[in-house]
Design a binder for this molecule. Structure first.
Ligand SMILES: CC(C)(COP(=O)(O)OP(=O)(O)OC[C@H]1O[C@@H](n2cnc3c(N)ncnc32)[C@H](O)[C@@H]1OP(=O)(O)O)[C@@H](O)C(=O)NCCC(=O)NCCS
Length: 407
């Protein structure tokens, strides 16, 4: 076609980060960044894998990946590419540019030592073709504080409100020490600064509280924001948003919820992202105090290195199973693996397999929150019912996988 631009995809150089950022933001329905915002955001581009698409010499697309670790069943943390900042300008969509950027990005991520890729999707129809599957759901809830009280099962201890100046010294260290739920990720510093913004600067009523055990150990924290519902005082009340509640045990989280629902004036909290099996749901006095507003696909995963990922997690005891994996992008993933509670063995492509799946299906089943039988029911697992039931037993994991960190 006449005037068709020449498309190119390549690694972004540091002097191209800002145009890449504005391009991605335009694709995601957002305006360009102000100089002040860029000064704050730039750090988040530094430790970042980044690919851009160009039409002649104009930047028309971007896809990147943060580096962090993901907790897997058994507690190990695996090196992860957090795929992010994905967008192609409307003038250049459907020319295969995301496909090219994604391929380069995942290959570079693996070369960088990432064994897993993870993302949050704007639309659920985009990423399966690249080997991603939904490994865990999340939900947002509204918590009616008066109906929730009292909350049962809370750990003894005390709660203190942090001063702004101490938040970044205290909270990331607690979080890093206590995260154990499969699906949780380590949070790089720039993500902490982004998440905690309203508690660190500005005039919003963002707060962070820490729970301390009776032995004097800081074992959990909550981050929340409160505001008047309408004008203060006259026939009105306060409302809030809870951004984080993390505890070393369910009982510690319940102690933090107990504190939150006891805050005077607050009628309800909106809670953006919580696990489906959040202990708080059963601990409130009135079960309907906690209302699910939306359930959504939180965690899209793609195993980049199948053998390493399978070996990193633990399994329930039971007979081993052979799984044939099909992966059009990474040759060494395309193999038959024996998966047992003691070891993972690569058997070679010609070996017989109990189950056969594409890489997106294995990725969906990986954290044990999506069962093999659910996947088999929709025709994406080849194998008999006995093998599927065995896979369910081997892979199952509680508590349910959940992340709670949007990126
Ligand atoms: C999503 C997006 C990046 C896709 O970029 P793109 O360069 O058009 O994607 P590609 O041309 O490589 O598409 C590859 C395939 O996926 C399909 N596809 C891509 N995006 C799709 C979408 N949003 N809905 C349905 N199908 C889509 C294409 O039709 C194509 O299918 P084919 O292989 O059968 O031809 C682009 O549409 C976009 O920027 N959307 C708005 C921002 C956004 O949602 N970003 C994602 C944030 S998580």
């Amino acid at each position: 076609m006449a005037n068709e631009p020449i498309f190119d995809v390549r690694a972004t150089t540091p002097d191209e980060w800002r145009v890449a950022c504005d391009t991605m933001r335009a694709a995601l329905l957002t305006g360009p960044m102000s100089d002040d915002d860029w000064a704050k955001a730039q750090a988040g581009w530094e430790d970042h894998l980044s690919f851009t698409a160009w039409a002649d010499d104009r930047c028309v697309g971007h896809a990147g990946a943060f580096r962090f670790d993901t907790v897997v069943p058994g507690g190990a943390r695996v090196a992860t590419a957090g795929v992010t900042r994905v967008g192609v300008l409307p003038t250049a969509t459907r020319h295969g540019l995301l496909s090219r950027m994604m391929r380069d990005l995942l290959v570079a991520s693996r070369a960088d030592g990432r064994v897993l890729a993870s993302l949050r999707a704007s639309e659920a129809v985009i990423y399966r073709r690249f080997g991603f599957g939904v490994a865990a759901d999340s939900h947002s809830v509204r918590l009616d504080t008066r109906r929730a009280r009292p909350i049962g099962g809370a750990a003894p201890g005390s709660v203190r409100v942090l001063q702004r100046s101490e938040i970044l010294d205290v909270v990331p260290a607690i979080y890093d020490r206590i995260i154990a739920r499969p699906g949780a990720i380590t949070r790089p510093t720039f993500l902490w600064e982004r998440y905690l913004d309203d508690a660190l600067v500005g005039d919003k009523a963002g707060h962070v509280v820490v729970h301390t055990s009776v032995d004097g150990v800081d074992d959990g924290f909550a981050h929340y924001t409160v505001a008047w519902h309408e004008e203060p005082f006259i026939d009105t009340y306060g409302v809030g948003e809870v951004h984080d509640v993390f505890g070393s045990t369910a009982a510690v989280e319940l102690a933090l919820w107990e504190f939150l629902v006891g805050i005077d004036l607050i009628r309800h909290f909106d809670v953006e992202e919580r696990p489906l099996d959040d202990p708080m749901r059963l601990a409130v006095r009135d079960r309907r105090a906690c209302e699910t507003k939306q359930r959504f696909d939180e965690q899209w995963l793609r195993l980049l290195d199948v053998e390493s990922c399978l070996a990193a997690r633990t399994y329930r005891p039971g007979p081993a199973l052979t799984i044939a994996v099909r992966d059009p992008w990474f040759d060494d993933n395309d193999d038959v693996f024996e998966v047992g509670s003691q070891r993972i063995v690569r058997l070679g492509r010609s070996a017989a397999a109990d189950l056969t799946v594409e890489i997106d299906v294995l990725s969906a089943a990986y954290l044990g929150a999506v069962s093999w039988s659910e996947l088999a029911a929709v025709g994406v697992v080849a194998g008999d019912a006995t093998a599927v039931a065995r896979a369910d037993d081997l892979f199952a994991s509680r508590p349910l996988a959940w992340c709670g960190s949007f990126f």
